[in-house]
Design a protein around this ligand. Structure first.
Ligand code: RFL
Ligand code: PHB
Length: 390
């Protein structure tokens, strides 16, 4: 088979790029290791920047997001038994975020690809990248026991942190930066009314907690847990008890509990690979960078990579101008690092670290007090949370 752009990974990055390129007549194929149901079974992001939402609309798949997603004009930070609101709308001159699950985004993208008869090949096994440093790269894979090959102009690695694309770059051509945090987030999804119509990020001596949602009948909660904890250690009752203990009393009093639909632990990690290009291979999304979920940047950083690549390919294929492709890595990384900074800052502000000394806790509290005493400091938080310009 021959195509222009071979995309490895059918998560949100790969599907969004595929959909955008296809609408502009740029041929592409997506190779996804897992089944569609498996990809849709992963409960992840919930908060989308307005720029991401605009990209979904441009891809022609924003309709359900616009009707079912919730626009959030603010969120809360709770500490010492009280919660204070960050007025995103007021602080950014009218911007907001959209609360709409990654599962739904991915479903809409799959539907969009299906409608346009896009090629998304599931259960593509043993994907291997070849000739990235030549003008004739190709990808090989196995499907239903058959060995297959796709010749292409470019390969895009959208296959997440554990994918094959980044691993195919010779070690001396890539540099990685990494911080592993000494805790994870235990997440629980339940068919219950969310405790608050807007998200609550809670700092507490027992550890961080987050009250999020997918809709007014579907809640998503997280508590910070040690890395040694296993999901089996956490009965639903234990989870609800721990969450309640970390929230202000009035919030905890109105918490509606119920059976979990999903429960999982995600370790927290910051990671960046540089550059995001090796010859004719370009990396995008989690394949190139990871953030702890605290600042809700992960999927949004992936979307900015897709935005830059999409525009670079348009210029390349429609106008014969390859400067966007050449500038891609530098441009994408500049924004990626700002997302890293913000996620690191939010993570440090709100979590309890095992090596914290009382001095560190005092500084954390002072940072929060300063934040809520200064409109400039709050405006900086708000402009990062709603998303810096692409
Ligand atoms: P994905 O979603 O990991 O998709 C990669 C796809 O590639 C496939 N794959 C392969 N395919 C072919 N061959 C191979 N060898 C392959 N290896 C892997 C995989 O099966 C998969 O389908 O990466 P992508 O598309 O770059 O998307 C990134 C996002 O998923 C991620 O950044 C976010 O989920 C991060 N994140 C959040 N981001 C936000 O912007 N806002 C949030 O509120 C937010 N909350 C979160 C999050 C991530 C979390 N976890 C679990 C890490 C909350 C959590 C708990
Ligand atoms: C979520 O709803 O899953 C979520 C929301 C905000 C975050 C992280 C995760 O910062």
């Amino acid at each position: 088979m021959k195509t222009q752009v071979a995309i490895i990974g059918g998560g949100p990055s790969g599907l969004l790029l595929s959909q955008l390129l296809d609408r502009k007549g740029i041929a592409n194929v997506v190779l996804e290791k897992h089944t569609r149901d498996y990809v849709l079974g992963r409960i992840r992001a919930g908060v989308l920047e307005h720029g991401f939402a605009a990209l979904m609309r441009e891809a022609g798949v924003g309709e359900r997001m616009d009707s079912e997603g919730e626009i959030h004009e603010g969120f809360y930070i709770a500490t010492n038994g009280e919660r204070r609101r960050v007025d995103l709308h007021g602080l950014t001159g009218g911007n907001s975020v959209v609360v709409y699950g990654q599962t739904e985004i991915t479903r809409d993208l799959y539907d969009g690809r299906e409608k346009s008869k896009g090629q998304v090949i599931h259960e593509a096994l043993d994907v291997q990248l070849h000739g990235m440093e030549t003008d004739a790269p190709y990808v090989t894979y196995r499907k239903d026991g058959e060995d297959l090959r796709i010749d292409c102009d470019y390969i895009i690695g959208c296959d997440g942190y554990h994918g094959v694309s980044r691993a195919s770059i010779p070690a001396d051509r890539i540099r990685t930066y990494e911080r592993v945090y000494p805790f994870g987030w235990l997440g629980l999804l339940s068919h219950t009314k969310p405790v608050s119509p807007e998200l609550i990020y809670a700092r507490h001596e027992r550890g961080f907690a987050l009250c999020s949602l997918r809709s007014q009948t579907l809640s998503r909660y997280y508590v910070q847990v040690p890395l040694t904890d296993k999901v089996e250690d956490w009965s639903d009752d234990r989870f609800w008890g721990e969450l309640s203990s970390r929230l202000p009393e009035d919030v905890a009093a109105s918490l509606q509990t119920g059976a979990s639909i999903e429960k999982s632990i995600a370790p927290l990690r910051s990671f960046v690979a540089e550059p995001m290009r090796y010859g004719r291979l370009f990396l995008a999304g989690d394949a190139a960078h990871i953030v702890p979920p605290t600042g809700a940047r992960g999927l949004n950083s992936a979307a900015s990579d897709v935005y830059y690549l999409y525009h670079a390919f348009l210029a390349h294929y429609h106008e014969g101008d390859s400067s966007g492709l050449d500038a891609y890595s530098d441009k994408a990384l500049a924004r990626v690092w700002k997302g890293q900074r913000f996620s690191w800052w939010m993570t440090n502000l709100l979590h309890t670290f095992p090596d914290h000394i009382p001095y560190d806790r005092k500084l954390q509290q002072t940072e929060l007090d300063y934040l809520f005493s200064s409109r400039n400091a709050l405006a900086s938080l708000a402009e990062n949370y709603v998303g810096l310009p692409f």
